[in-house]
Design a protein around this ligand. Structure first.
Ligand SMILES: Cc1ncc(COP(=O)(O)O)c(C=O)c1O
Length: 372
């Protein structure tokens, strides 16, 4: 008999802490205070403590977190229009959008096929005199910082911005991702490891001036009420989302541990010559936001798993450099062979803390029975 295993059932995810979430939302509804209040400030403090930074500024979503970060560095004179910002070619479109939206130049760097992390040799070759910053994207929940990358950014004096949208709770040598660069950007999109019940995002940093600048730009550019220092915008984390996130944050490590236990079952059980698994990482340097597998028979495998009741997704079918919106970029004509291959071959298996071990074993069994 087939089991029915959707890729991600958010109703089940919310139900894990259903009563507490309902109460927290009701408290905000009854408080009459919905924006820029104590609940958001409390969550910002808790999240900064969790990540290990001095400051956290809640914003409306992850794309805004990235975009506001670059804008703040432009306003502070740390970056200048036309500066090049590097990022892995294998990333979600939002990382690139934030750079181009700010009049900065996008530079892509290919990734490594086994570990999926940024290719440090390619990074070293790609840095030019106009390169001023690197966005490190901890994609799939995997920390992409390595000692080699650390050496290059120090040598080349690059500003380091982490895109931690997919890696809440991830650690590298005792530090959380999100505390390793000059600034880090987080998304609380509902499907993330720490997800809201709508959009949400945050920027974490140890730089007080930068944190103030972000907060101000995200609030119309006001430095004090109705006094605008910048041509700002409106991008705020609201009190209801902050309340939900504050309920869920204390459970994040436990849920990431659960993800790891389930991922180990995939690693131990999946044995099919047609399927490659990504290299296993140390505990907690991967928080298994996405469990990707790779096969040259991707579309057939996806269809086959669907016929067995297993939902999957593709992260992502078109990398940014091949998107229509970037067809005029110099980068559009450059080959990123590993990224291009991943886009052709990646399939994400269901993995979240609400799944049972039986469900994960069923998915692995179905994969093992797949043939071309
Ligand atoms: C790597 C990465 N960066 C940025 C974003 C953008 O976040 P949001 O959807 O909250 O705008 C996402 C998520 O969607 C993401 O996965």
């Amino acid at each position: 008999m087939n089991m029915n295993i959707p890729y991600l059932d958010l109703k089940r995810v919310t139900a894990l802490h259903g009563a507490e979430i309902q109460q927290a939302v009701a408290d905000v509804v009854n408080s009459g205070w919905y924006l820029q209040g104590d609940v958001t400030r409390r969550f910002e403090h808790h999240y900064a403590d969790y990540i290990g930074t001095q400051h956290c500024v809640g914003v409306a979503n992850g794309l805004d977190a990235l975009s506001l970060t670059l804008r703040a560095y432009l306003e502070m004179g740390v970056l200048h229009e036309g500066d090049e910002v590097l990022m892995p070619a294998n990333t979600f479109l939002a990382t690139a959008l934030a750079v181009s939206d700010n009049g900065l130049k996008i530079g892509f760097v290919d990734v490594k096929e086994d570990t999926l992390e940024l290719n440090a040799d390619a990074l070293r070759n790609r840095v030019s005199p106009s390169t001023k910053a690197l966005i490190l994207v901890h994609l799939y929940g995997r920390c992409t910082y390595t000692e080699q990358v650390g050496k290059i950014v120090e040598e080349k004096n690059l500003l380091v911005i982490e895109d931690n949208a997919q890696a809440h709770g991830c650690m590298y040598q005792g530090k959380r991702t999100g505390s390793m660069g000059h600034a880090a950007c987080h998304s609380f999109y509902p499907g993330k490891n720490l997800g809201a019940l709508g959009d949400g995002g945050a920027v974490t940093t140890n730089d007080e001036e930068f944190a103030h600048t972000i907060r101000s730009i995200a609030n119309y550019g006001f430095s004090e009420k109705y006094v605008a220092k910048y041509k700002g915008r409106n991008s705020r984390l609201d009190e209801i989302q902050a309340a939900v996130l504050d309920v869920k944050l204390p459970y994040l490590d436990e849920e990431n541990r659960r993800r790891e236990v389930l991922a180990q079952i995939y690693y131990e059980m999946i044995a099919n010559d047609l399927i490659r698994l990504p290299m296993k990482m140390d505990s907690f340097s991967n928080v298994y936001h996405i469990f990707p597998v790779f096969t040259s028979h991707r579309d057939k495998l996806k269809q086959y798993l669907q016929s067995k009741g297993v939902g999957t997704l593709i992260h992502y079918p078109i990398p940014p450099h091949l998107q229509t919106c970037y067809r005029t970029l110099d980068e559009a004509s450059v080959a990123y062979p590993c990224t291009d291959r991943l886009a052709q071959e990646e399939l994400s298996l269901p993995l979240n803390p609400t799944m049972t071990e039986e469900e994960v074993r069923y998915v692995a069994d179905m994969i093992n029975a797949f043939s071309r």
